[in-house]
Design a protein around this ligand. Structure first.
Ligand SMILES: NC(=O)c1ccc[n+]([C@@H]2O[C@H](COP(=O)([O-])OP(=O)(O)OC[C@H]3O[C@@H](n4cnc5c(N)ncnc54)[C@H](OP(=O)(O)O)[C@@H]3O)[C@@H](O)[C@H]2O)c1
Length: 333
């Protein structure tokens, strides 16, 4: 077994867009597990938009990464040495070990996954945090009813693709918003959405009016900024907005100033933010439901993979520019 670990540390806090200089790659000795701990060899690292927020030194729902610390992130890996009776070498596990090839974790902080149920990478995407976010955000906050029109932004992405497919299974008319014709074609032809609007083509408001003649009842927001402001103009009375993510604003140095908030008042729109952790005691329920649909072929997914830990910074930068197409992952082994 190798004795050298490779880690990506936060080197500086980005101002605006993230650059590769904001990271530092180091080699360190592989850690040794104490009693109750395991050594994990990471195989897949998840890259997620929330990581941009952790690079800022601001108060949020979780503390930021400190300069010189390993970047945070979920991984799927294999236990290679266990000093916890609950785990044995060869177990595949979901961890929070972050951007590194090896890590020592407390047994209570990792979770066994079943690679026979689905490929290991799925536990970071469709059966992982993004899928669970879609599941609870849609059912608990969006509360779609059959026959309603639902719009979801970042429609081909990790969260958006699951939201749209679940809403179709709920009997909704589903319209995606995505960047470019390739992503839009995928949402309609592969994921079964009723329509998908290319936000890069311009004229979003007119396209929404044409595509949603009966207005919009549920808007699942992954993007924010001007897109959210435009959506406010097409939402129906008593509609719901699930504020899941605002990726268009994560690199911004100035907050976006909404012009159409009046619509919330006039149309009695319910707008609620969500953080997936709020349902942490019920994750199993979502994973069971999502795995069932996956097994039945009712849930499709796509992955964008960069290879090697050294390319993780490039992968995150691409994700934050919207260059990914599906769940963004780093293949480590
Ligand atoms: N609240 C929670 O608990 C929670 C949990 C997970 C994720 N989220 C949020 O959910 C959203 C989607 O996350 P994800 O992991 O599924 O990512 P993703 O959708 O797979 O990837 C991000 C996508 O955002 C779209 N995008 C639109 N405008 C953008 C802009 N100005 N800059 C960059 N990207 C832009 C891009 O798709 P197009 O090219 O199609 O526009 C891009 O591919 C994010 O806002 C994330 O923060 C929230």
């Amino acid at each position: 077994m190798t004795t050298t670990n490779r880690q990506v540390l936060l080197a500086s806090r980005p101002q605006g867009g993230v650059t590769e200089d904001d990271f530092r790659i180091v080699e360190t000795p592989v850690g040794k597990p104490d009693q109750g701990e395991v050594l994990v060899k990471n195989e897949w690292l998840s890259l997620d938009p929330y990581m941009r927020g952790r690079m800022n030194d601001v108060k949020s729902y979780v503390p930021p990464v400190q300069i010189g610390e390993v970047m945070v992130g979920q991984t799927v890996g294999e236990v290679i040495l266990s000093r916890d009776p609950e785990f044995t070498s060869g177990d595949k596990v979901l961890t929070q070990l972050g951007w590194q090839l090896y890590g020592v974790a407390r047994g209570g902080d990792i979770k066994k996954i079943d690679p026979k149920r689905a490929p290991a990478s799925c536990y970071l995407g469709v059966l992982g945090m993004p899928g669970i976010t879609a599941w609870f955000g849609l059912s608990e906050i969006g509360q779609p009813k059959a026959g309603e029109t639902l719009v979801v932004s970042a429609a081909s992405g990790a969260v958006g693709s699951v939201v749209g497919q679940l809403a179709k299974l709920n009997g909704c008319r589903v319209v995606g918003i995505a960047g470019g014709t390739t992503k839009c074609d995928y949402a309609v032809r592969e994921l079964g959405f009723d329509a998908c609007i290319d936000h890069k083509a311009g004229g979003l408001f007119e396209a929404l009016r044409a595509t949603c003649p009966a207005g919009v009842d549920v808007y699942f927001e992954n993007v924010g900024g001007e897109m959210l402001d435009t959506m406010l103009r097409v939402l129906n009375p008593f509609s719901r907005i699930v504020v899941c993510g605002l990726i268009a604003e994560y690199n911004a140095t100035e907050p976006y100033r909404s012009r159409n908030l009046r619509a919330v008042l006039v149309n009695r729109i319910r707008m609620q933010g969500m953080i997936v952790f709020d349902w942490k005691d019920r994750y199993g329920e979502a994973v069971k439901g999502l795995a069932g649909y996956l097994a039945e072929g009712k849930l499709k997914y796509r992955e964008s993979v960069v290879h090697g830990i050294d390319n993780a910074p490039r992968g995150l930068i691409a994700l934050l520019r919207g260059e990914n197409f599906g769940k963004q992952l780093v293949k480590l082994a």
